[in-house]
Design a protein around this ligand. Structure first.
Ligand SMILES: Cc1ncc(COP(=O)(O)O)c(C=O)c1O
Length: 413
């Protein structure tokens, strides 16, 4: 054997008895079979064997199993981003002529996916007001196949009555898919959020996560997941996943596996910091409204309490129980000019200007809600709006940064 060939056919075998906290990173396109019979018989659909890197490796299968553990789900799929996971659910389950319903405050790229790509394929959509279950009930028609849910809504963080929305969908026999990135499997249980024991199914049909956020936690990975307890849906999703080639690489899967054991600690620590920042923001005269589900005056606070804080009643401006992701929205007084809100953002130093959330560094994004929302409470659209994502910095440093940036509102520009 020539050295070039010997290097490639080196007699490496994976170690059998090497136990350590993290699993090995397995990367492959090709996976070898001992003979043709094995090649023909191995079934990539049931996870009893490996066939090709795109269909799974020991590393990606382990991550899928752990995500099932986190959520109490039976099946999981990994995709290259959270948005890819949202797209995959639509592509796997819908056909031309079907209709989907999307909450008005949904993650905006899901709305543009529906408005552009899905519309091209003859799949229609309607928006519903997630804060008014009747709006959902009235929107469900004969062509409605799938209802998207988000708790709370992206950007403005209004918390819907999720059990009420689910009951409506179940009574119409319509599939439900929740973008569960905010809850992250920590704040509430997507597959077990209906209290009625007599129900066959006590939660959503499908849960989607942007693993990019809390599960990865480092602000350095893009990945998404789809989980379900239903065998029939899992099969349809997996087939579509295979046909579209939405697999993920081993290195990225390993990064999520490394962060996943600390997700509960990070979620709760960032939550505590975020609530301190929210309480401080409530005291600031330039800020007309603080949006965060644990803030008593925030839309849907009672629904959040029922689902995520076990119905505890607490007479405080910011509820201290339960769990919430570390996002908050600031609506500034309408008397301030948009340029002052921009100036506020530009003055921030500890907070960086950037998209995404749940990573180590606190982030700020200004939004023009008027261009994003059709059914919002009109008062929400008055004044500039900035969403903050709270990272791992000390809360005092963050409020100090906000305090110096608020000087933008005391100056004319
Ligand atoms: C609620 C929500 N869902 C989905 C996504 C998409 O995730 P990704 O950035 O991995 O595509 C995001 C990203 O910001 C998000 O905030």
């Amino acid at each position: 054997m020539k050295p070039d060939t010997a290097l490639i056919h080196h007699g490496y075998v994976a170690p059998q008895d090497f136990q350590s906290p993290q699993i090995a990173v397995h990367k492959a396109s090709s996976v070898f079979f001992p003979h043709v019979k094995a090649m023909r018989e191995r079934n990539w659909l049931d996870k009893t064997g490996y066939t090709y890197g795109l269909h799974g490796t020991p590393t990606t299968f382990t991550l899928e199993e752990r995500l099932c553990q986190l959520e109490g789900a039976k099946h999981a799929l990994l995709l290259p981003s959270g948005l890819a996971a949202l797209a995959q659910v639509n592509l796997a389950l819908l056909k031309s002529g079907d209709e989907i319903l999307i909450p008005d405050n949904a993650y905006a790229p899901l709305k543009s996916l529906a408005e552009a790509e899905l519309a091209h394929w003859g799949i229609t959509h309607q928006y519903y007001d997630p804060m008014n279950p009747q709006s959902l009930a009235e929107s469900i028609g004969p062509q409605t196949r799938l209802v998207w849910l988000e708790a709370p809504g992206s950007v403005t963080l209004e918390f819907p009555d999720l059990p009420a929305l689910l009951r409506i969908c179940q009574s119409h026999g319509v599939l439900t898919a929740l973008d569960n990135t905010w809850g992250a499997g920590i704040a509430f249980s997507a597959f077990n959020c209906l209290p009625d024991d007599s129900l066959d199914q006590r939660g959503v049909d499908i849960s989607v996560h942007a693993l990019t956020k809390y599960p990865s936690g480092g602000g350095d990975v893009l990945m998404g997941s789809i989980t379900t307890c239903r065998d029939d849906l899992a099969k349809r999703l997996k087939l579509s996943h295979m046909r579209l080639g939405f697999g993920v690489g081993g290195n990225d899967a390993e990064l999520v596996l490394r962060s996943l054991p600390s997700i509960g600690m990070r979620y709760r620590a960032q939550d505590a910091s975020c609530r301190r920042v929210a309480a401080w923001c409530l005291q600031q005269p330039a800020i007309a409204q603080v949006l965060h589900p644990a803030v008593a005056s925030s839309p849907g606070h009672a629904h959040w309490r029922d689902l995520c804080a076990q119905g505890l009643v607490e007479d405080a401006p910011v509820h201290s129980g339960g769990a919430a992701a570390s996002l908050l929205g600031l609506r500034f007084h309408p008397r301030f000019k948009p340029s002052q809100v921009d100036d506020f953002c530009n003055r921030l130093t500890c907070f960086k200007l950037g998209y995404s959330w749940a990573g180590p560094i606190s982030l700020a994004v200004p939004y023009d809600l008027k261009t994003m929302r059709q059914m919002a409470d009109p008062s929400l659209l008055e004044g500039g709006y900035v969403r903050l994502s709270i990272g791992w910095e000390a809360a005092d440093d963050l409020t100090e940064d906000l305090a110096q940036a608020l000087a933008a509102f005391t100056q004319e520009n």
